[in-house]
Design a protein around this ligand. Structure first.
Ligand SMILES: Cc1cc2nc3c(=O)[nH]c(=O)nc-3n(C[C@H](O)[C@H](O)[C@H](O)COP(=O)(O)O)c2cc1C
Length: 251
């Protein structure tokens, strides 16, 4: 049907639809902002399993991340049950019995931290150890906290990420977007996460266990599960410098 002028109810319908769309977009931007702001690294988990379907959903949503020329460089090993436990046992055993014998294939921390990064790292470290009730200089307790990385902090799901080492370094940018998507999507489903480069040091023993191809470079792991909200270590809220300190606006 063709109208020369829309009847009043149609006008009302369009006005309402536009208003609703505006309200919805206001709502969804508030939800996205809040979800990003609420995400934090979770280092203690409840034992409740995460449904496999939900993990798949999160990975599917996360894979909408941008990547150079849509190369989608991400590869993920999802570890649950016995597979997760086998990796945890192998790596914890190596951590105990072969200290200092395992190193990452790529450098994930600077040779020596320098300012302003040194102070930021210290601030975060002091707070973390304080919440974990580890006295300053207690190297053994610090080592035990480091070891918790290799249990995925008891999270029921462990993710290990590899990238094809022949891709250019820019692939890490797309990978970062993918990982952030996982963390934000997980947050929106009430799940906690902690990205961990700590896993990289053990690539030599992880690679054969998970049948990595020769070109697979282990770039990190991630704990995924329902947060233990009462755990003191999960009360850590890290600071951020204000926008004025890291952004330059040119007009
Ligand atoms: C590249 C990278 C490596 C990280 N490696 C570890 C790790 O091995 N163990 C750990 O407990 N946290 C690790 N984290 C988490 C950071 O410590 C955390 O993101 C940072 O302190 C900011 O805190 P927030 O995530 O709670 O906002 C890593 C984060 C990133 C992005």
């Amino acid at each position: 049907m063709v109208w020369s002028t829309p009847p009043p109810q149609a006008v009302r319908y369009v006005v309402c639809a536009v208003k609703r769309e505006k309200e919805m977009s206001k709502d969804s931007s508030a939800i996205v902002d809040t979800t990003i702001q609420h995400r934090r690294s979770t280092r203690a988990y409840r034992h409740d399993p995460v449904p496999n379907k939900l993990v798949r959903h999160i990975l599917e949503v996360a894979s909408r991340a941008p990547s150079g020329c849509n190369t989608q460089p991400w590869r993920v090993h999802v570890l649950t049950g016995a597979a997760r436990q086998n990796i945890v046992d192998t790596v914890c055993h190596a951590f105990e019995s072969e200290p200092d014998q395992h190193v990452s294939e790529y450098q994930h921390t600077p040779e020596e931290f320098f300012e302003p990064f040194l102070s930021r790292r210290r601030k975060m470290g002091f707070k973390l150890y304080e919440l974990a009730d580890i006295p300053k200089g207690d190297k053994e307790r610090m080592r035990m906290q480091q070891r918790r990385n290799y249990t995925f902090f008891d999270a029921p799901v462990g993710l290990l990420f590899t990238v094809n080492r022949d891709l250019p370094i820019a692939s890490f940018i797309g990978f970062g977007a993918f990982m952030q998507n996982i963390m934000v999507c997980a947050e929106s489903h009430g799940l906690g996460t902690c990205f961990q480069t700590a896993w990289c040091d053990y690539h030599r023993i992880i690679a054969p266990q998970l049948n990595f191809a020769k070109e697979d470079l282990l770039i990190g792991g991630m704990a995924l599960g329902y947060p233990d909200k009462d755990a003191p270590i999960n009360q850590l809220r890290t600071e951020r410098v204000p926008v004025s300190e890291f952004a330059v606006f040119h007009a």
